[in-house]
Structure formats: C-alpha cells, structure tokens
Write a protein that binds this ligand. Structure first.
Ligand code: DX5
Ligand code: ZN
Length: 217
C-alpha cells in the first residue's frame, strides 16, 4: 500500500497556480476542489482552470467535484486533463454509469462520501472504482478540524476493500495534518489530501515530505 500525498490547491494562491504546483515538487497528485455553491456552500473553479493547470504542471490532477449533476460535468473534467475524477455519491444520479464513463475516457474513477454517508450501501459498486474518498470534514472549506469519528468508517472501508481483494485506493480529505495523518494511515487510508497543512506552511515541499514520512511510519 504505497502512500500518496495530494496537496489541495484550495489553500494555495489562485493567482499563482502554476507556481504553487511547482512549490509542491514530489507530491503525487494535485488535489483540485471544484465547488458549485449548490452541493456545498462555496464556489471555486471550473473546467477552464483545470485545462490551464493541466498544461502548466507535470503533476497529475486529482479533481474532487463537490457539485450537483456530476453525471453531466465529470467527463468534461477528464477532457480538460484530469487524471482522476471524484464525484460525490450523494450527487450522482447513476454512479456506475458515471464511473464507467470516466474510466472509458481514460481517467481514474473515484467516488466520495460525506461524513454522514455510510459505505455499506455502496459495497457492490467498489469494483467499478479506482479510489474511494472518505471526507473527514464536511465538504466546502479548507482549514476545518479533522473529524475523529470518521476513523471507524475508514477502518471498515479498508476491511471491505481487502475482503473483496480490490486494488482500490482509499483517500482521506479534510483536516489531514501532522497531528492526524498517522491515525488515518493506521486506520487504512493510503492517499492523503492536505490543504492548509501544506500551503499554510513556509515550505510546502517539506510539508509534503514530512506528511509522507509520518504516513509511512
Ligand atoms: C474541503 C476540500 C478539501 C480541502 C482540505 O471541502 O474538499 O480538499 O481543501 O483542506 P484542509 O486540508 O485544510 O482541511
Ligand atoms: Zn477535496
């Protein structure tokens, strides 16, 4: 289970995105939070920004769509250059069809669960996915406190993945920091999104290295 660290550009300077990508050399993916002010109470960026950013960096883009109607939008983010596209289980009308479409277009397909959404109803869908994202804060904003109560869900999801013998990556997003990353890793996560814990520091690349070292412990 290789550890991956994905800095979230939500905490970066949006006027200098190419430089901010450069500042996290060594990161596995750049996490791009797309919000529509309907699925979550915040508004960020869309397809044109992803298109430009994908041309400006060699780091692959991990697009997290916190939007309504991902069935319509997700394929456009693949076309814009995203290497991985995550839609929310709560928003997708036809998650299996959508995951297949994302894969057919050449990206990794991923599904996210808000804190109150259980994993169990989605057990049979797991083979259709390349990654599952367990939110460890309510989606919408960076810099929120990690929800410890999500650790049992991470553990149960890791057990399901093992029981089915799947290659699925297990991502955590929200409040991941030097204080919480080890608990997430211990519970079974292997892909770690970190916004403020990376871009809120003097040396973002060093923060990526130290989060990785902690997660690998
Ligand atoms: C929150 C976003 C996260 C956010 C994480 O809704 O999905 O990706 O950027 O920020 P931190 O790491 O600061 O909690
Ligand atoms: Zn995110």
């Amino acid at each position: 289970m290789a550890v991956q660290i994905n800095p979230s550009i939500l905490s970066a300077d949006f006027a200098r995105l190419a430089d901010e990508a450069q500042a996290v050399k060594g990161a596995d993916w750049l996490h791009v939070d797309v919000m529509d002010n309907h699925f979550v109470p915040n508004l960020t960026l869309g397809v044109p920004v992803v298109e430009s950013l994908s041309r400006a960096t060699d780091i692959p883009l991990d697009c997290h769509l916190m939007i309504e109607d991902p069935d319509r939008w997700a394929p456009q983010f693949v076309e814009a250059g995203a290497g991985s596209v995550t839609f929310h289980a709560e928003a997708a009308a036809a998650p299996v069809r959508l995951a297949r479409e994302i894969r057919a277009k050449g990206a990794r397909a991923s599904m996210a669960l808000k804190p109150a959404t259980p994993i169990e109803p989605f057990e049979d869908l797991l083979p259709e996915l390349d990654m599952l994202l367990i939110m460890t804060v309510e989606p919408g904003f960076g810099g929120q406190a990690f929800l410890d109560i999500m650790l049992p869900k991470i553990r149960r999801t890791r057990e399901l993945i093992s029981r089915h013998g799947l290659e699925l990556w297990l991502q955590v997003d929200g409040g991941v920091s030097a204080e919480t990353v080890e608990r997430c890793a211990e519970a079974g996560a292997d892909v770690f999104v970190a916004g403020s814990a990376v871009y809120g520091t003097e040396d973002p690349a060093a923060a990526v290295r130290s989060l990785r070292a902690q997660a690998e412990r």
